[in-house]
Ligand binder design. Structure first.
Ligand SMILES: Cc1cc2nc3c(=O)[nH]c(=O)nc-3n(C[C@H](O)[C@H](O)[C@H](O)COP(=O)(O)OP(=O)(O)OC[C@H]3O[C@@H](n4cnc5c(N)ncnc54)[C@H](O)[C@@H]3O)c2cc1C
Length: 380
């Protein structure tokens, strides 16, 4: 269990765990909430969590939040993903929230942050067909016009845009000396004229979208932060994004581990539980050890961020994202192998966990890019 637990945090973790057991603890409940696994977000369940004050856990109190920090947020995220709560909209929502909190106008903060505390979803869009890992190469344009900007271009892989209120968009508003200059962040309502949102079919269901902007007008009041400062503003939020993804995947990894453990204790072949064969027992021991290491790293980085909220912790946040996502992928693959044919059957849930973990080493910066960032911090 996390070393960062105080009595208060313990109560939160227990309350979230109880909620998940009650609301989405069985496969039948989850099938009902997710259209048989096709959707990863259930708005009603999400709003129930909002009414308990949980979605605003890390938002400032003046905007309806609980004013807690990274440790509490990570505990909440781990427990919801361990509990298989279909609230996939929350990840992009809190990533966007941090940008509005740091750089947004008072009006934007009221709209977005108070909305989130009440159960609204937000999306964030950087990636384009030609700009993935090299996100600074983006070409979606924001051209100055009377009273605002006209947005033109295509974005892709925008999670949750189809049910979000706004998209926090990064577009090129000026041509700068380097590709990182001249970028601006905008708050674009998802029902804006000139914006088309089209779903992308994936092995995980329907949670990502292509966005097409054609002469899409946004007023000056939609600029988030300073025009031309989009890259610096993006960079300021990346440690948070990495920690959120790390915490979510640590919860999934713990879930895959406990489901696997329960299975190998129960399942008998050759007259004994399959988990008692050394070939499996040692791998279970290795996974438990790795999970403990990942937990310590995650807790430590979260506590360091809370102690120095102004610091970026680029190396440490990348390490947490790299470790927790790669481990989650490993544990779910091992889970499938140890469950034999049943791991492959939809009924047992391990294949769904695997589908959610294989992509976690891609989004939010691939594992290769995390290693690059970590390497750079050693001067390489
Ligand atoms: C399910 C899902 C949800 C997503 N949600 C969002 C979202 O909400 N908003 C958003 O803006 N984006 C989102 N993304 C986009 C995601 O961030 C990108 O997919 C990711 O950054 C990788 O970009 P790419 O897919 O274009 O791969 P590429 O950048 O083309 O990479 C292809 C391969 O080359 C490797 N590679 C690339 N450059 C280097 C390098 N310099 N050194 C070593 N290896 C390298 C990569 O690691 C990868 O293995 C999402 C993606 C997915 C799949």
């Amino acid at each position: 269990m996390p070393r960062v637990l105080t009595d208060e945090r313990n109560d939160l973790v227990k309350a979230v765990a109880d909620f998940c057991r009650r609301e989405c603890g069985t496969k039948e409940q989850r099938d009902k909430l997710t259209a048989n696994g096709q959707e990863q977000h259930n708005q009603k369940l999400y709003e129930k969590m909002a009414s308990l004050g949980w979605l605003g856990i890390a938002l400032p109190e003046e905007y309806g939040g609980a004013g807690q920090g990274m440790v509490d947020l990570c505990l909440f995220l781990q427990e919801t993903s361990y509990g298989l709560a279909p609230i996939s909209g929350f990840g992009t929502t809190i990533i966007a929230a941090a940008a509005y909190e740091k750089f947004g106008t008072e009006e934007q903060k009221r709209k977005v942050l108070e909305g989130i505390a009440n159960g609204r979803v937000e999306a964030i869009s950087m990636s384009e067909p030609g700009a993935g890992s090299d996100v600074g190469a983006l070409t979606c344009r924001a051209t100055r016009t009377d009273g605002g900007y006209l947005i033109d271009g295509q974005k892709t892989w925008c999670s949750n845009a189809h049910f979000a209120d706004h998209i926090l968009l990064v577009a090129r508003s000026e041509s700068g000396a380097s590709k990182h200059e001249g970028l601006t962040q905008f708050m674009v309502p998802t029902d804006a004229e000139g914006l088309q949102i089209r779903g992308i079919d994936t092995m995980g269901g329907k949670d990502v979208n292509d966005l097409y902007f054609t002469n899409c007008f946004v007023p000056d009041s939609a600029v988030v932060g300073k025009p031309g400062e989009g890259w610096r503003q993006l960079m300021a939020g990346l440690n948070l994004e990495r920690m959120i993804l790390a915490a979510l995947m640590q919860g999934v990894a713990r879930r895959a581990f406990s489901d696997t453990l329960a299975y190998v204790r129960e399942r008998e072949q050759f007259g004994r539980p399959v988990g008692s064969f050394q070939a499996l027992k040692h791998r279970i021991a290795d996974m438990a050890t790795e999970l403990e290491c990942a937990q310590l790293l995650l807790d430590d980085v979260a506590a360091a961020i809370d102690a120095e909220p102004g610091r970026l912790f680029a190396r440490e946040a990348s390490m947490a994202k790299l470790k927790c996502t790669e481990l989650a992928k490993h544990v779910t693959l091992e889970g499938m192998q140890m469950m034999g044919g049943y791991g492959y059957a939809t009924e047992y849930g391990m294949e769904a966990l695997l589908r959610s973990t294989v992509v976690s080493t891609v989004y939010g910066g691939t594992s290769e890019i995390q290693r690059d960032i970590i390497g750079k911090t050693y001067g390489l």
